[in-house]
Ligand binder design. Structure first.
Ligand SMILES: Nc1ncnc2c1ncn2[C@@H]1O[C@H](COP(=O)(O)OP(=O)(O)OP(=O)(O)O)[C@@H](O)[C@H]1O
Length: 250
């Protein structure tokens, strides 16, 4: 097993008497991309918030690099974990270059220049544009660039591809994959099962706050549990070069 960077053990969280996450254990390993999948309301984002310390678990524990998350000074924790939230609205109508500089300010030596970072995310032409003028996909790219600028060793991205076109979504997943190949521990909440199939090493399937299964993509995506959890019948096509694509059978 690869080195565990971030681990949730028996996590539970309820709001208003409703359990949103119930006894979920999972681990983010260095060099690996974990995909978190499941229907709307399954508790994926809540689990992500627990793992990054945005919510405190009511039961269970989160360990970061072998030490309880709560024991880390906030600043150090922020430097170690790059969190791309599902929803983000800056308090100020930043220009793209200002937003990227906020990310680069947290980066140590070896950080890319602003221009190189912008180039990685196809933001070169948008540097002087204000947040309020950006399209949904452009905002997603700018935020991703700012969060990933310091090259954090742990990355948790909550539906980062939701607003992206297919090409940009694939490019973003490839970038997350590259971060993992460079030693980062990556988790990504993803609705597109084909992106999950293509880019993730393991998949955690959630339903009603619980982990249904966690295993390799082929095992999870071929499992009848997938059809049951999404209340749909999937057609699965094996690709000649390996891997698979899925489509709801209608
Ligand atoms: N503060 C809260 N109070 C009450 N219910 C909440 C709260 N936060 C989340 N929920 C509910 O908890 C459930 C899980 O929410 P969560 O956002 O974790 O799901 P998700 O799997 O990420 O869903 P989606 O795919 O729709 O983004 C949902 O039914 C949501 O309405």
């Amino acid at each position: 097993m690869a080195e565990v960077a971030l681990e949730g053990k028996g996590l539970a969280f309820s709001a208003g008497g409703t359990p949103l996450v119930q006894g979920v254990s999972t681990a983010l390993e260095r060099g690996r991309v974990l995909g978190v999948i499941g229907p709307n309301g399954a508790g994926k984002s809540t689990l992500g918030k627990l793992l990054v310390g945005q919510l405190a678990p009511q039961a269970g524990e989160v360990m970061l690099m072998g030490r309880p998350l709560a024991a880390w000074p906030r600043r150090e924790r922020a430097a170690l974990i790059g969190h791309l939230p599902q929803h983000f609205e800056p308090h100020w109508d930043y220009r793209v270059d200002e937003l990227l500089r906020l990310g680069l300010d947290r980066a140590g030596r070896g950080a890319p220049t602003l221009e190189v970072l912008a180039g990685h995310f196809d933001l070169g032409a948008l540097l002087k544009r204000h947040w309020s003028t950006l399209s949904g996909g452009e905002r997603a790219r700018a935020l991703t660039a700012a969060v990933l600028a310091p090259d954090p060793p742990v990355v948790l991205a909550d539906e980062p591809a939701a607003a992206l076109d297919v090409g940009q979504a694939a490019a973003l997943m490839a970038r997350l994959r590259k971060l993992a190949d460079g030693g980062a521990a990556v988790a990504v909440v993803v609705h597109d099962l084909n992106l999950a199939a293509r880019w993730c090493d393991r998949l955690l399937l959630m339903e009603a706050g619980r982990a249904v299964t966690e295993a390799g993509p082929a095992e999870v995506l071929n499992s009848p549990e997938l059809d049951r959890v999404f209340a749909t019948r999937f057609q699965r096509v094996a690709l000649p070069e390996g891997g698979m694509v899925l489509a709801p059978a209608g």
